[in-house]
Ligand binder design. Structure first.
Ligand code: PLP
Length: 367
């Protein structure tokens, strides 16, 4: 069987380092925030090419606090895409603001800048593009439109650690960028984790206060805050894993390239596009086919685990029916939701496994 992802293989490769880091935290008795988390913040900020990073308990918390720090609240609108993980939209709802959707463009399946301007109203307070699957949204036109209207851009970079757009790292282009360290992400904790990054000193200060009960200093609560702090064990584990992230990313890019060479001329599936000037970090390698459900069944029977990211766009989810959207409102997202199929991709995969998956997709006998 070829699994969709293999976190045991990842752990096996770094066990000594991870175990030592965890034991060190246990012995230190410093369990929440503290020196390991602070060191990780400095190292992750440097990795993204930004001034500040604020470590949090989840990626969703990062999105929530980045929005609050940008002044988003009840009565405001935040523009995002419906073809994303639901957390993007939930974080907007947490602030009391209203999510407003624009469709994706069909090649990269990220926010279509050509449709952005029409969605802007006097209430628009922020724009949240999603760097889906590990490829950055088309940031130059998005930032240009946002700047012209005086609106902040907050990047949902939860799937895009190390992705680049014209040499700039994910998270470094907007007012702030938000990452998740959920175990299956390209950089994953041994539990939950997230981080917000920014070059803006004021955004940094606000997010830092909001994650720890709005305290400026102990028991001096300037803001109505949250308990969104990162555990020290996660900080220590993430420091270890960050040292491996570039080689893992290069392995993902190898496998992605290998799939694309093998399946680029397939008549069964369309392969994902890698746009010139953008570094795709292949959090997900999703092919498209009108026969998605039957291909998924065939692969399952052939011992290949796949996933769907995502089968229902957020505007059609029961939880968000109150937004008033209906089927047909975002045709590109709806088509993508019915056609995408995510193939196994993780750094520890072998080229041979990639070839087996590709052969199974082509429904040829295993090589
Ligand atoms: C994973 C993810 C999130 C949420 O991150 P958590 O750490 O699970 O809270 C938000 N947006 C996108 C696009 C994601 O993939």
């Amino acid at each position: 069987m070829i699994p969709f992802l293999d976190l045991k293989a990842q752990y096996a490769g770094i066990k000594a380092e991870v175990d030592a880091a965890v034991l060190n935290v246990l012995a230190s008795a410093h369990y929440v925030l503290g020196p390991e988390v602070e060191a990780f913040e400095r190292e992750f900020a440097a990795y993204c090419g930004v001034k500040h990073a604020i470590a949090l308990n989840t990626g969703t918390s990062a999105l929530h606090l980045a929005l609050l720090a940008a002044g988003v609240g009840p009565g405001d609108e935040v523009i995002t895409v419906p073809f994303t993980f639901v957390a993007t939209v939930s974080a907007i709802c947490y602030t009391g603001a209203t999510p407003v959707f624009v469709d994706i463009e069909p090649v990269t399946m990220t926010m279509d800048p050509a449709q952005l301007e029409a969605a802007i109203t006097p209430r628009t307070r922020a724009i949240m593009p999603v760097h889906l699957y590990g490829q950055m949204a088309d940031m130059d036109p998005i930032l240009e439109i946002a700047a012209r209207h005086g609106i902040r851009v907050i990047e949902d970079a939860c799937q895009a650690h190390g992705a680049e757009y014209r040499g700039k790292r994910a998270g470094s282009m907007g007012a702030s960028g938000c990452f998740s360290f959920y175990p299956g992400k390209n950089l994953g904790a041994c539990g939950e984790g997230g981080i917000a990054v920014t070059n803006d000193d004021r955004q940094m200060e606000k997010i830092r206060m909001l994650r720890d009960w709005g305290q400026e200093r102990r028991y001096h609560h300037l803001l109505k805050g949250f308990n969104y702090r990162m555990d020290a064990i996660q900080g220590a584990v993430l420091r270890v894993k960050l040292r491996h992230l570039e080689s893992w990313t290069e392995a993902r890019r190898e496998h992605g390239g290998h799939y694309t060479r093998l399946l680029g001329h397939s008549r069964r599936v369309t392969v994902p596009a890698e746009v010139t000037g953008r570094r795709h970090v292949y959090h997900v390698y999703a092919v498209r086919t009108p026969d998605r459900d039957s291909l998924q069944r065939t692969l399952q029977e052939g011992g290949v685990q796949t996933n769907l990211h995502y089968p229902i766009p957020v505007h059609l989810q029961a939880a968000h029916i109150d937004l008033g959207y209906k089927r047909g409102d975002f045709p590109v997202s709806e088509a993508a939701a019915s056609e995408v199929l995510s193939l196994p991709i993780y750094p520890e995969m072998t080229p041979r496994q990639v070839e087996s998956v590709a052969a199974a997709v082509e429904q040829k006998a295993y090589a």
